[in-house]
Design a protein around this ligand. Structure first.
Ligand code: HEM
Length: 506
């Protein structure tokens, strides 16, 4: 009798589940372990594994991470339909207890769940990062690019460190209005990179049991050392971020910056002191890692594709000449350099899986069921390297963004006018995109104007050739970057370095 009741119960449960999905299955996906699902099938560089699964299961497939449904999208059409057209359903982020709720006090913008707080923070940050405002930061970016290239010429063996320092310096002056950083051992460089790293590690699936069993949040602190540590980290970093923003709040500081803009809003955004500090800190963290990684991909691209370097330099010689460095005023007349910048962001995508979105309600797509609460990942790396959109996708070929006359930018629908999907989708689209593109453009133009990236030789006289594949990259969780490799960065003509020095000293 009991077994009949169990059987009927199980049948009814199945039926209810079936009805609630209107009979639709979730997208297919790889078979995993009971309860644990696919958690052990996700090595570093997950986007590569996702490409294999795309071949097997199609452009949209599902995973199960210890009971958490995950939907992975591998093509532009599906990403546009779900994350852009149905953006109100997919604007949320997964709940991340330790990294967001405790360590960041719920204020790290990229991982704040969708809701009123997110709307308030996003609106406030839009004012300092809009297309109308970011040109105010161009002068600081020009000076920083000249300094970087001069340092690269003098210390090519430290190119990776110099890029880290220069990105931190450029982003700090645009975000906080602070003076340039002069040494690679300046504590701000390690501070900003450690902060991003620490939060990324804490946000990774499996980092803390409480993410699987949220009731553990109710444990007293003496029984939950992770809670004590996370709270202490939050307290310490709140103080540090408040110290960083203080100069921008001082009345006598008239330097244009994101923070100055935010603080001068006169309470219009209704932000507390702590919210101002964390919002500015989140923008600094989000800007630093992604932008420095992209610039490292640029060194790799120029080392691997010297013919692109030569073509870009011919344009710079024609338009700018050799008596002065390129500036933003030249941008209109440098279509090839603009195309190199776009190709860099397509080919060297720093965040290959973007950031996870979360479905806020049940949804259906072409016969598939996407359950409320599912994480939705977009494989931006795979979309940016789809051979149907980008022939020979692993080649660095700026021409793909120019019409046959070589003067007009080609616009690709569904990419926010970028030609690639590196900055994400929908309401959570990267808010720093305008600043990021400006930063890459001026660094690309200044480096190519002044110098060549050339091969270095090992002790046996053999040319060192870095690999054009993820095998030579570092996966830091959310951001990937090429591992440092040896190369030479040499001035392209006499006098280049002196001109750079003059710009820097101005
Ligand atoms: C090449 C450099 C950059 C790349 C590749 C990049 C990429 C991304 C991606 C993929 C997202 C998530 C989009 C989504 O959820 O669909 C994002 C979000 C974000 N980015 Fe960027 N980003 C870059 C530079 C910047 C810069 C310079 C800033 C600030 C000045 C910035 C600030 C942010 C913020 C605050 C978010 C969170 C937005 C939200 O959740 O509402 N990023 N970025």
């Amino acid at each position: 009798m009991i077994s009949v009741v169990i059987l009927v119960g199980a049948f009814l449960a199945l039926l209810i589940r079936f009805w609630s999905r209107k009979g639709y299955p979730t997208p297919p996906g790889p078979k995993g372990l009971p309860f644990l699902g696919n958690i052990f099938q996700l090595p570093p560089f997950q986007f590569i594994r996702f490409m294999e699964w795309k071949e097997q299961f199609g452009p949209i497939f599902s995973l199960n991470l210890v009971g958490q449904p995950v939907i992975v999208i591998n093509n532009l059409e599906i990403a546009t339909e779900l994350l852009e057209r149905r953006s109100s359903i997919y604007a949320d982020r997964p709940r991340i207890i330790v990294a967001n709720e405790i360590m960041s006090g719920g204020l790290m913008l990229p991982i704040v769940p969708y809701g009123n707080l997110w709307k308030k923070l996003r609106k406030a940050s839009h004012e300092g990062l809009s297309p109308q405002v970011v040109p105010l930061y161009q002068h600081a970016q020009e000076l920083e690019a000249a300094t970087l290239v001069q340092n690269l010429i003098n210390r090519p063996e430290l190119w990776d460190e110099e890029i880290k320092k220069s990105t931190a310096s450029s982003m700090r002056s645009t975000i906080y209005g602070a003076a340039p950083i002069s040494s690679i051992s300046d504590p701000v460089v390690s501070y900003i990179s450690d902060m991003g790293h620490r939060l990324t590690i804490a946000a990774m699936p499996g980092a803390y049991l409480v993410e699987l069993f949220p009731k553990m949040m109710n444990l007293p602190t003496w029984l939950a050392p992770w809670k004590r540590e996370a709270k202490a980290w939050h307290k310490e970093n709140t103080q540090k971020l408040q110290d960083l923003i203080q100069p921008a709040k001082d009345q006598d500081n008239d330097q244009q910056s994101f923070a100055a803009n935010l603080c001068s809003a006169g309470g219009r955004h209704h932000l507390t002191r702590k919210e101002e500090a964390w919002l500015t800190g989140s923008v600094f963290v989000a800007a630093y890692d992604t932008s420095s990684s992209t610039l490292r991909f640029f060194i790799l691209a120029m080392r691997l594709f010297p013919e692109v370097m030569k073509k870009a330099q011919a344009e710079l010689d024609r338009v700018v000449g050799r008596e002065r460095v390129p500036t933003f005023a030249d941008r209109e007349n440098l279509p090839y350099i603009r195309a190199v910048t776009k190709e860099l962001l397509r080919w060297g995508v720093a965040t290959p899986l973007g950031l996870p979105h979360r479905a806020q309600q049940d949804d259906y797509y072409k016969g598939y069921f996407i359950p409320k609460g599912a994480l939705v990942l977009v494989n931006s790396w795979g979309i940016n390297r789809d051979p149907n959109t980008y022939p020979d996708p692993h080649e660095f070929r700026p021409e793909r963004f120019l019409d046959p006359s070589g003067t007009t930018d080609i616009i690709l629908p569904g990419t926010h006018n970028q030609g690639h999907v590196t900055f994400g989708f929908g309401r959570r689209f990267c808010i720093g995109m305008n600043l990021a593109v400006q930063f890459q453009f001026i660094n690309v133009a200044t480096l190519l104007w002044a110098a060549n990236v050339e091969a270095a030789h090992d002790k046996n006289g053999q040319i060192i050739t870095p690999t054009n594949s993820p095998a030579g990259w570092v996966d830091e969780g959310i951001v990937v970057r090429p591992a440092p490799f040896r190369c030479n960065i040499v001035p392209r003509f006499d006098g280049a370095e002196a001109i750079l020095r003059r710009v820097r000293d101005s």
